[in-house]
Write a protein that binds this ligand. Structure first.
Ligand code: PMP
Length: 384
């Protein structure tokens, strides 16, 4: 079995989560909107999940809108809260996930004014630049992720949210998809109005998530139809998925400190050995990061080539680049950080999960060293 080291892409479902879901997958027909006993049983399971999600982020259950995942939550936050037209001004960062960047682009095409806060060389939003944008542009919405999926860099959301609220009328949205289960996330403390999360980043199934909306109301729905989610997101609820999401939220909350400590220890152990490789660069190394994420480049080892070699050797990682129309492009996150293109094209990401072990790290490091040895000598010299 391959060693899975790509938990920022997706986490496996925890056994306790699957156990909680099974009765709902196995039970016969039933619709949570039905008034009969079976329907009421399903409704009550959904409301338990809603409470579990609300508790995880210190919100109230009525503020939780279930979605199909982080992508839908981000779209709903941007398209659902604003009249997308010339009267709206939006600010975000260039290192957001595509599910924020694309709706922003569409908002721009619909006539909104859109602006991006600069990030520094470590991949953290520049506070002063962002303050200036807020002062000058008076946005209707500021959207800033809590932690980056590639570098793991944690963003100054609390600071910028407080600033935006005291200097403008902006609603503040944070995509907390990567932070949940790895950091403590408290909507009151963060002072955000909207928060996105996704189940498959914290050991729940794929295809389920939520947008938490502080005032509970939206202007526009993405899906209209029935009255589900208090009219904010129509469609028959996927009860088993929601039960899984709720259970994973409960576990994420009760096990947070244990999980954080375990992941941090794994990463420290990995990076100590990684640092011994000639010329290796670990991105966002100097700033606060998610405890499980290590994004690095080995000079002269093209990221995708390294990824394929490691895959052959039984290790599943992510590369930082994206393949668009058969041309490999550096990660938009590294580009925004001003990282040289040749270094950015070498980037690979290890993201640990609670199922990883030190022994797996030893195996990975030894495989990395073997692969580097096999690089032509001239490249190794140049790297050293
Ligand atoms: N935001 C971030 C930061 C993510 O990492 C992801 C998933 N890669 C998403 C949003 C989208 O979530 P989902 O896969 O649930 O649509």
């Amino acid at each position: 079995m391959a060693v899975y080291l790509d938990h920022n892409a997706s986490t496996p479902i925890l056994p306790e989560v699957l156990d909680a879901m099974m009765p709902y997958l196995k039970s016969g027909a039933g619709n949570a909107s039905s008034l009969h006993q079976g329907g009421r049983f399903l409704r009550s399971a959904i409301e338990t999940a809603r409470t579990q999600i609300a508790q995880l982020v210190n919100a109230s259950p009525q503020q939780v809108v279930f979605t199909s995942g982080g992508t839908e939550a981000n779209n709903l936050a941007i398209k659902g809260m604003l009249e997308l037209g010339p009267s709206s001004t939006l600010i975000t960062t260039p290192i957001e996930h595509a599910s924020v960047l694309q709706p922003f682009k569409q908002a721009g095409q619909a006539g909104c004014a859109t602006y991006f806060c600069a990030v520094d060389h470590d991949g953290v939003v520049e506070r002063e630049a962002c303050e200036k944008l807020i002062d000058e542009k008076q946005p209707g919405l500021l959207s800033m992720q809590l932690a980056n999926n590639e570098t793991g860099a944690i963003q100054p959301v609390e600071y910028m949210a407080r600033y935006a609220h005291s200097h403008s009328m902006a609603l503040v949205h944070s995509d907390a998809t990567q932070a949940i289960g790895k950091l403590s996330v408290d909507m009151q403390q963060l002072d955000v109005d909207l928060l996105s999360l996704s189940g498959h980043k914290f050991y729940a199934p794929q295809g389920v998530g939520a947008l938490i909306i502080k005032n509970g109301y939206i202007k526009n729905t993405l899906l209209s139809g029935g009255p589900q989610e208090s009219g904010r997101r129509a469609g028959t609820e996927n009860v088993a998925m929601l039960v899984g999401l709720g259970k994973a939220a409960e576990l994420a909350q009760t096990k947070l400190f244990e999980t954080q400590a375990y992941l941090l220890e794994l990463r420290r152990y990995f990076e100590q050995q990684l640092a011994a490789i000639d010329g290796v660069v670990i991105f966002s190394h100097q700033v606060e990061r998610l405890p499980n994420t290590s994004f690095f480049s080995i000079p002269y080892y093209h990221g995708e080539t390294l990824l394929m070699q490691l895959d052959k050797a039984g290790f599943e990682l992510a590369s930082g680049s994206a393949c668009h129309s058969e041309v490999t492009q550096p990660s938009h996150v590294l580009s925004a950080m001003g990282i040289d293109e040749s270094l950015a094209l070498n980037a690979v990401r290890v993201s640990f999960g609670v199922d990883n072990t030190r022994q797996q790290i030893d195996q990975l490091i030894s495989t990395l060293n073997q692969l580097i040895k096999q690089l032509p000598a001239i490249m190794r010299q140049a790297a050293g």
